[in-house]
Ligand binder design. Structure first.
Ligand code: NAD
Length: 357
């Protein structure tokens, strides 16, 4: 099979880590007989330098003509003084909008060999955990009506949480579909004891769930979910929730793994199309120095193979190779500890390639 991938390395360590992810993908292609065709395009600060805008039209076209997008990271001090609409980060927000990406998936997986980085007590994380937070990305309070007004107590401000049935249906379906490829459990997180928008949310989740009777479903109020993530993270498989709750819970969940250089993400739209990127930023302090951890980007490729291309064996092969390299004690600087072997970006990429099956 031939797969078309738009590659947007971006700024800072973006090009360093994307290069390693591509070499992993090339090796997967060789082993399993697939051909991956890359089209590079500009986004972020480098796009601004070359064209005067952080998201050139060309880039959107390249992405729309591809099956999936691989993105590195954007931003850096060089562009910090630009006005808001020209800043590199604006390119990211705009591309998500242009591609209609409404579901953000952030895994929080604790690798046994990195468990000392987890801030929780050892007995709580015995055997590790593996959570997918599926966050609604284009609706809710971040996009609802907002404003300021005068009240008898002086100036006041408001933001509105608004969700349509259609928006809840499509994110719920994504969560159930993803759960089918994993542990078959969806935890819906809302605040239905207080919020009307959450009551509609829950009604829709319950209705959609009838189409997925093979997947288990439970519900949690968001305050309890925040607590349960710390009390017993192993109870979760797929968590589905609104934009704001997902923003907060996915950060909390990723903190439990203790290592920003290890965490991939996916943003999904209609059908199987998706954009895959590490959750970390462009790390300008170590850009171009062969110090960046490429594993978050390499693991993003595994998500791409699983979620967009339905290539489960290939995705597992990458994840197993990453685990093997960690078990053998290889570490980039960000996850280095005494008694482990320090390697650079390129060597880490090469080790993963070497361990692919
Ligand atoms: P950052 O994630 O870039 O870096 C935070 C710290 O983690 C730094 O010390 C960095 O060296 C380290 N780090 C991050 N990724 C690493 C990796 N793969 N390997 C080793 N170490 C790693 O966050 P920041 O410093 O707050 O932001 C830097 C720039 O990135 C800013 O311009 C910010 O706006 C941008 N940013 C971009 C994205 C994105 O592209 N998705 C996300 C967050 C921040």
């Amino acid at each position: 099979m031939k797969y078309k991938i738009a590659v947007l390395p971006g700024d800072g360590i973006g090009p360093d880590i994307v290069e390693e992810a591509k070499s992993v993908l090339n090796k997967i292609g060789e082993i399993y007989g697939h051909s991956f065709e890359y089209t590079e395009a500009l986004v972020g600060g480098c796009a601004y330098d070359a064209t005067g805008t952080p998201l050139p039209e060309d880039t959107v076209e390249v992405c729309k003509n591809s099956d999936a997008v691989l993105l590195g990271a954007v931003g850096g001090p060089k562009w910090d003084t630009l006005p808001g609409h020209l800043r590199p980060e604006k390119g990211l927000l705009e591309i998500r909008k242009a591609l209609g990406l409404y579901a953000n998936i952030r895994p929080a997986k604790l690798y046994d060999s990195l468990k000392e980085a987890c801030p929780l007590k050892p007995e709580l994380i015995e055997g590790g955990f593996d959570i997918y937070v599926v966050r609604e990305l284009t609706g809710g309070i971040y996009f609802g009506e907002r404003g300021r007004k005068q009240t008898e107590n002086g100036e006041a401000a408001y933001d509105t949480e608004l969700y349509s049935t259609m928006e809840v249906e499509r994110i719920t379906r994504k969560a159930f579909e993803v759960a089918r490829k994993r542990g078959n459990l969806v935890t819906n997180v809302d605040k239905m004891n207080v919020l009307e928008s959450s009551r509609l949310w829950r009604e829709v989740v319950l209705r959609v769930a009838k189409e997925y009777s093979d997947v288990n479903l439970n519900h949690m109020l968001v305050d309890n979910a925040a607590m349960q993530l710390i009390r017993n993270p192993k109870q979760f498989d797929v968590v589905v929730t609104s934009n704001m709750f997902g923003d907060i819970l996915s950060d909390e969940a990723s903190m439990l793994t203790g290592s920003i250089g290890m965490l991939p993400s996916a943003s999904l739209g209609k059908g199987k199309f998706g954009m895959y990127e590490p959750i970390h930023g462009s790390a300008p302090d170590i850009a171009g120095q062969d110090k960046a951890n490429p594993l978050a980007t390499i693991l993003s490729i595994a998500m791409m193979l699983r979620l967009t291309f339905d290539l489960e064996d290939e995705a597992n092969s990458i994840e197993e190779a990453v685990e093997k390299v960690l078990e053998e004690g290889y570490r980039t600087g960000d996850i280095y500890s005494e008694d482990t072997k320090l390697v650079g970006t390129k060597e880490m990429g090469r080790l993963v390639v070497e361990n692919l099956k």
